[in-house]
Ligand binder design. Structure first.
Ligand SMILES: [Zn+2]
Length: 187
C-alpha cells in the first residue's frame, strides 16, 4: 500500500465506525452517553505492537479500558503520568501491565548496544528484566519485564503507590500469546 492507499483505508474504516456500519462495536448511543465523561473499569499499560490491541484482546468497547501504550510497556514519566490521572480522577481499581510474545522492545534490550538516545531511554527501563532474566528464554524476560514495570509504577509514583497501599488499586501483570490470543496472568 502506498501512503494514499493507507490514508484511504484509515478514512474508510473511520467512515464505517462513524456510520455504525459493519462494525458491531460502534454505537452512536454509546458514544453519545460518554461525551460527558468516562468511567473505564481498568487501566492497561501495553506495548505499541500492532498485534497487541487491548480493546480487542479483552473484547471491550469505547470507554471501558484506559489504555496507555508504549513500546515495551514501560513505566516511564509519561506512562506513569497518564496512569496517575486514571487512578486519581477516574477511580480505576486495577492496572494491568501487559507484556507479549516476541516483543521487539524487549528483544532490543536483550541485544544491548547503543541504539541512540531515545531507544536507549526505553531499553534502560527494561534493563532490570534483562539482568534478572539472564540465561532465560525471551518469553521469561518479557514476563519479568511486565512484572518489573508493574512494580515500578507503584515505586515511582506517589499517587499510584499510595493507591496500592490504601487498597484502592491493584497492579497485575500478564503475558499475551500472539498466536492463541490467550492472556496469561502472572502471579
Ligand atoms: Zn512489544
Amino acid at each position: 500500500m502506498n501512503v494514499n492507499q493507507i490514508q484511504e483505508r484509515l478514512k474508510e474504516g473511520n467512515k464505517r465506525y462513524v456510520s455504525d456500519l459493519e462494525n458491531p462495536s460502534s454505537d452512536k448511543e454509546l458514544r453519545g452517553s460518554l461525551t460527558g465523561g468516562q468511567q473505564p473499569f481498568a487501566i492497561v499499560l501495553s506495548c505499541a505492537d500492532s498485534r497487541v490491541v487491548p480493546e480487542m484482546i479483552f473484547d471491550c468497547n469505547i470507554g471501558e479500558l484506559f489504555v496507555v501504550r508504549v513500546a515495551g510497556n514501560i513505566a516511564n514519566k509519561s506512562s506513569i503520568a497518564s496512569i496517575e490521572y486514571a487512578v486519581a480522577h477516574l477511580n480505576c481499581k486495577m492496572i494491568l501491565v501487559l507484556g507479549h510474545e516476541s516483543c521487539g522492545a524487549v528483544t532490543a534490550a536483550v541485544n544491548g548496544g547503543d541504539n541512540g538516545p531515545n531507544l536507549n531511554h526505553l531499553t534502560d527501563h527494561i534493563a532490570n528484566a534483562v539482568h534478572a532474566g539472564q540465561g532465560k528464554e525471551l518469553a521469561d524476560v518479557i514476563k519479568i519485564n511486565a512484572a518489573d514495570n508493574a512494580k515500578a509504577l507503584a515505586s515511582n509514583s506517589q499517587i499510584i503507590g499510595d493507591a496500592v497501599v490504601n487498597n484502592s488499586v491493584v497492579i497485575k501483570s500478564a503475558y499475551y500469546n500472539l498466536g492463541s490470543g490467550v492472556v496469561d496472568f502472572i502471579d
